[in-house]
Design a protein around this ligand. Structure first.
Ligand code: SF4
Length: 339
């Protein structure tokens, strides 16, 4: 799979005050990709496209180079204390992606170039919590590995966190271009997680991401580079043949991975809200995603939002099967949660 390059680039003039901003603007200009100034990375106006769907597709191929001015990090409970803001948006087209609703009208890819300021802020948060460990999640609003060949930010963040006795980093990816990260001096402070799924799910619902065998191969290399490793299997879906396919997935994974001491799994079943369903049906009108309300149980989430989850018996069956299969192939792995 060819690494992503944008069709269109915007930059905030202030980004040119930072080495990464200057470098990126010069690089895209030399590649003859249209590069335009924008007053704010929060509100890029004039994106091309006739229809909302065109605009969405073009935005997903548009890069915005900006400066993160508000350095108040969002919380990222329960698996980390803070979200570290390196980028937002993603060029992938996963039909079920939560960014569809969370990024709203800003689906473009945004890279922040003031990394030193972001790291200073992270250090402050670490000091505030000392002697407790402080964990930072880098994939709350983007897939940082997918754009690493452009920004190089993740490598710097991994090395920064390697120097923090009380700082930890975690992120998740569906991209396999991990080569540039294998030599980073991580000191075991970064948990490198891959999002994986049954062939059926990858094939029908994850266009624009790395093929599954590439992700598995990348995970093997990351394990060999000594990173603490993790897998998120999400969304787990119930479809004809799901048990065979999830078992085959775990078997393939165990064949490729070396013996690792520190391995985690996070398991999330498929769910949706009505607002997500509306957006998905607009943007991926031919999707085969099963969002039949009649076959779901309603579950109240925060802010009064209703999530449509699988009925209890089906959830129990999935949970039991996934736990048993993971412990067969990875007896020493820790399953952090099933939801
Ligand atoms: Fe969303 Fe991740 Fe897919 Fe990107 S790779 S579209 S962030 S689910």
């Amino acid at each position: 799979m060819k690494p992503f390059e944008p069709d269109l680039v915007y930059y905030e003039p202030g980004a040119l005050d930072y080495p990464l901003g200057k470098e990126l603007v010069a690089r895209f200009q030399s590649m003859k990709i249209p590069v335009r100034p924008t007053t704010s990375h929060n509100q890029v106006t004039g994106l091309p496209g006739e229809t909302p769907l065109d605009k969405y597709r073009i935005a997903k191929r548009t890069l915005v180079i900006g400066v993160k001015k508000s350095l108040k990090f969002e919380q990222s409970k329960p698996s980390a204390e803070y979200a570290i803001p390196l980028a937002t948006g993603c060029m992938g087209h996963c039909h079920y992606c939560y960014l569809q609703t969370t990024l709203g009208k800003r689906p473009y890819i945004r890279i922040y170039v003031n990394l030193d300021e972001i790291f200073s802020q992270a250090e402050k948060y670490i000091q505030e919590r000392a002697p407790e460990i402080t964990r930072f999640e880098a994939a709350c609003t983007s897939d940082p590995v997918g754009i690493e060949h452009i920004s190089g930010s993740l490598y710097k963040t991994i090395e920064f966190m390697g120097k923090q006795p009380l700082g930890r980093l975690r992120f998740v990816t569906k991209y396999a271009n991990v080569e540039s990260l294998l030599n980073a001096d991580h000191k075991g402070h970064t948990r490198f997680r891959f999002s994986i799924n049954a062939d059926y799910v990858v094939k029908h619902f994850e266009p624009g991401t790395s093929p599954l065998p590439d992700r598995i191969e990348a995970a093997g290399k990351v394990a060999e580079a000594g990173y603490p490793l993790g897998f998120i299997i999400a969304p787990i879906m119930s479809f004809s043949g799901w048990k065979e396919q999830y078992q085959a997935l775990l078997k393939k994974l165990s064949n490729r991975l070396p013996e690792v001491d520190d391995l985690t799994f996070e398991l999330i079943t498929h769910r949706y809200t009505q607002s997500a369903k509306r957006v998905i049906e607009e943007r991926y009108p031919k999707t085969k995603l099963d969002m039949d309300d009649e076959k779901r149980r309603k579950k109240w989430g925060p802010y009064g939002r209703i999530k449509y989850v699988y009925p209890k018996e089906q959830m129990d069956e999935i949970k039991d099967f996934m736990h048993r299969t993971i412990s067969t192939y990875f007896p020493r792995a820790e399953i952090l949660y099933f939801t």
